[in-house]
Design a protein around this ligand. Structure first.
Ligand SMILES: Cc1ncc(COP(=O)(O)O)c(C=O)c1O
Length: 375
């Protein structure tokens, strides 16, 4: 049977291999090392969420009824209160809507924006970045248009073609950025979008992990034309429970949340209840910051011993490391063979950085000690 085989129709979407699946062939050689694989490829937290957050998952009494698509009043108040602790941010519960983690929102947004403005079709996003910005555009039948980056891995807004800007449904900004950890000029991004009536969507899921300066939200510029996207996946090691939110421009929020309600997006009640506790926690975030700092410093030392110079990032918990001779895939293979480490090559994050690898510092110090012993 050929049930409407997707590739038979011109223009049909054929899902590419998921980037991380392309690393599977290196896993056996990593596993063969004494002590097994040290997986630094996916940025999936392995440290525990705060105990009170896990406890709240079990005793919320929210399982039997449908949860609020927009987020419960308690969830929205806690999220708004937390984000308003950042300099210049002043939002309330009505400025917030819940999401099921942030990836579904990142990948779905172009589709919903296109429903609102079918005459536009461009999604602008940082050229070297989290792949879901471009994938979301593709899935919506939009044109993903990468914005070139400067030498410090920040978007160079002056390089955006005015013809693309005139067709733009939105521009993504990501600060601290994945993979390079750069801090973007959020004020410049907000001003750029407002001058052109283009919504600026700021993915701030690493805001709790800035190292040289306090975390900043684009909403320190007010909410008009701006949306900040947040997640508890990284901040509270809560990726498995899928809790996030978006906040900002009243008109956009209203439109997006109505469409999402029709589509059945409902962040699970227990996750929402636990998120309320997580937004109130700062102590465990500080502990987590210490873990990432220690691991990143340790790994930079190991790389230095190998003759590879890597810098600590300004934000996030990834090391963005230039590969010897600029060959990322050869470096991925060497690290797997010699040290049992799995890392992600730069081309997972766009075409512009093939000479880098990304190392996610999500494994324990014990596993990094193993790596040192293998050197
Ligand atoms: C930049 C960025 N945005 C969004 C996400 C999605 O995270 P989640 O869906 O767990 O909130 C990630 C995950 O790694 C990310 O790196």
């Amino acid at each position: 049977m050929t049930l409407n085989a997707p590739t038979s129709t011109p223009g049909a979407f054929d899902p590419p291999p998921h980037p991380y699946d392309r690393l599977n062939k290196f896993k056996p050689v990593c596993e063969a090392h004494d002590g097994g694989i040290v997986n630094l490829s996916v940025g999936s937290p392995s440290d525990p969420p705060p105990a009170a957050v896990v406890a709240a998952l079990g005793n919320s009494d929210t399982e039997r009824g449908y949860p609020a698509s927009n987020g419960s009043p308690e969830f929205r108040a806690a999220a708004a209160g937390w984000l308003s602790t950042y300099d210049g941010v002043n939002i309330g519960p009505d400025d917030v809507r819940a999401t099921i983690g942030s990836k579904e929102f990142v990948a779905g947004l172009p589709h919903w924006l296109k429903l609102r403005r079918p005459d536009l079709d461009v999604i602008l996003y940082p050229e070297t970045s989290y792949p879901s910005y471009a994938m979301g555009a593709t899935l919506a039948g939009c044109r993903p248009v990468p914005v070139p980056m400067d030498d410090n891995w920040r978007m160079d807004l002056s390089k955006i073609d005015p013809a693309d800007a005139s067709q733009a449904l939105c521009i993504w900004v990501n600060s601290p950025g994945n993979p390079a950890g750069a801090i973007e000029d959020l004020d410049a991004a907000a001003a750029w979008g407002r001058e052109r009536d283009i919504p600026v969507i700021s993915d701030e899921c690493y805001i709790s992990f800035t190292w040289d300066s306090p975390g900043r939200s684009i909403l320190s510029n007010g909410t008009d034309g701006l949306i900040a996207v947040h997640s508890l996946s990284k901040r509270s090691n809560f990726a498995g429970a899928r809790a996030g939110f978006y906040a900002g421009d009243a008109d956009l929020l209203h439109y997006l949340s109505e469409v999402r309600k029709h589509s059945g997006f409902m962040p699970p009640g227990p996750s929402q209840a636990a998120a309320v506790v997580a937004f109130g926690d700062e102590a465990e975030v500080q502990v987590q910051r210490g873990r990432y700092t220690e691991r990143m410093q340790f790994m930079v030392e190991i790389l230095a011993e190998m003759g590879i110079s890597a810098e600590l990032p300004a934000g996030g918990f990834y090391l963005w490391v230039p590969a010897p001779e600029g060959d990322a895939w050869a470096f991925v293979e060497r690290l797997a063979n010699d040290l049992g480490i799995l890392v992600a090559p730069g081309d997972f994050y766009g075409d512009a950085a093939p000479g880098y690898v990304r190392m996610a510092m999500v494994t324990s110090m014990e596993s990094l000690e193993l790596v040192r012993q293998r050197c």
